[in-house]
Design a protein around this ligand. Structure first.
Ligand SMILES: Cc1cc2nc3c(=O)[nH]c(=O)nc-3n(C[C@H](O)[C@H](O)[C@H](O)COP(=O)(O)OP(=O)(O)OC[C@H]3O[C@@H](n4cnc5c(N)ncnc54)[C@H](O)[C@@H]3O)c2cc1C
Length: 349
């Protein structure tokens, strides 16, 4: 054990194939943390935790260290959730040196709807009051939105012994969707989330529907923030569709003076464009899809812009899964500086 932050925890995982799982962990977290690997020892670091994972025979020995107990508990949840995801249908035994604390999850925030309004024909902003909005100022922008069934007393998740989240089931099951905190208002104690109203005739869209029907007084919970911060760079290229629009606009609004950013954003038509105020030097190119169907316009514009970008420019991309797959190879070449990109799919067609 070489980790020395004030809060530490160790664990042992016995997966079906320990080496394969170590490979999967490395591949996945490279997008989210500083990952280094020497033979069978992997070290992953971000602002809130360091994880060292060692392959020993058929087992993975895990050491976690964090500057706070809350961050440590979140790191445990994050790793456990991913390991069970990678295990799929194969067995995985995961045990920790100390049990998870009793009670609710450290970064579960209970929030109440204070208002909702359409800011464009297809983008609906819901405002939530919460006891302490300060954690949402954190560099991370995304949350899991937990929506309980209407007209039932909500049951919120806890933590299992293996570190995973235990979700309420059956009639108490929650709708869980990932969204971006568009704005944090410390004066009013509010956070805002912009929900894209993606029309899917005949298909349930619980996240979008929640926003459409939200009424003052509705109570939900937000789990986070986590999963992707605002890039700290002097030169940025931001590419995305409506689901990425809240994140892109927040990044642009919070740019420091002297930074430059070019954004390429695909929306249905000119009615879906939004204005932005920034201290940085910002240019936005809007692409109008003009159809509910699939187009390649964003992908093609992205390819050209990436090709024209210098190696040290930070490239941030979030959109539909197929577009992300098509663009990923362009960020992997030797001509691009490592750690200067964010690429995530925000929805799947
Ligand atoms: C890190 C992250 C941040 C995100 N931030 C935001 C945000 O701030 N605002 C926001 O609106 N979305 C955001 N998203 C995307 C959002 O989570 C998805 O669009 C989600 O699927 C919406 O849930 P739903 O219940 O409305 O639809 P689902 O039940 O998930 O899907 C129902 C159907 O709708 C289709 N569908 C889902 N999304 C879209 C879409 N955008 N366009 C067309 N069809 C779609 C699906 O293919 C499916 O057929 C984010 C996603 C991630 C991963």
């Amino acid at each position: 054990m070489s980790l020395t932050a004030p809060f530490t925890l160790s664990g042992t995982a016995v997966p079906h194939d320990a080496r394969q799982m170590l490979d999967q962990i490395c591949e996945h977290f490279t997008e989210h943390a500083n990952v280094s690997r020497v033979d069978d020892i992997v070290v992953m670091k971000n602002d809130s935790a360091t994880a060292e994972i060692r392959l020993t025979g058929e087992r993975l020995l895990i050491d976690l260290a964090s500057p706070s107990d809350q961050a440590l508990q979140m790191a445990r949840i994050m790793l456990a959730e991913h390991m069970f995801y990678f295990a799929g249908d194969n067995p995985l035994d995961l045990q920790w040196s100390a049990p998870a604390p009793l009670g609710t999850i450290a970064n579960l925030h209970h929030v109440t709807v204070t208002g909702a309004q359409d800011i464009t024909p297809h983008m609906r902003r819901v405002r939530f009051s919460c006891t302490d909005p300060a954690p949402f100022l954190d560099g991370n922008m995304h949350v899991r939105v937990l929506i309980p069934p209407r007209d039932r007393q909500p049951v919120w998740p806890g933590i299992r012994d293996d570190g995973r989240i235990s979700w309420p089931e059956g009639e108490d099951a929650l709708v869980v969707r990932v969204y971006t905190i568009r704005k944090v208002d410390l004066q009013t104690g509010e956070v805002w989330i912009d929900f894209f109203q993606h029309p899917m005739p005949g298909v349930a869209t619980p996240g979008a529907d929640f926003a459409r029907d939200a009424r003052p007084g509705d109570r939900i919970a937000l789990l986070g923030p986590g999963g992707g911060g605002r890039p700290e760079a002097q030169s940025l290229l931001l590419i995305g569709d409506e689901t990425a629009l809240p994140a892109i606009l927040r990044i642009l609004e919070e740019l420091p003076a002297g930074a430059t950013a070019e954004a390429i954003i695909e929306v249905m038509n000119a009615d879906e464009e939004q204005a932005v105020c920034s201290h940085g030097d910002v240019s936005i190119r809007w692409i109008h899809r003009q159809t509910e169907g699939r187009t390649t316009a964003l992908r093609e514009a992205a390819k050209q812009a990436i090709a024209a970008s210098p190696a040290d420019r930070y490239i941030w991309i979030a959109c539909e899964k197929d577009d992300v797959r098509a663009l990923r190879p362009l960020l992997k070449g030797p001509e691009r500086e490592k750690g200067r990109s964010y690429l995530a799919w925000y929805w799947e067609r």
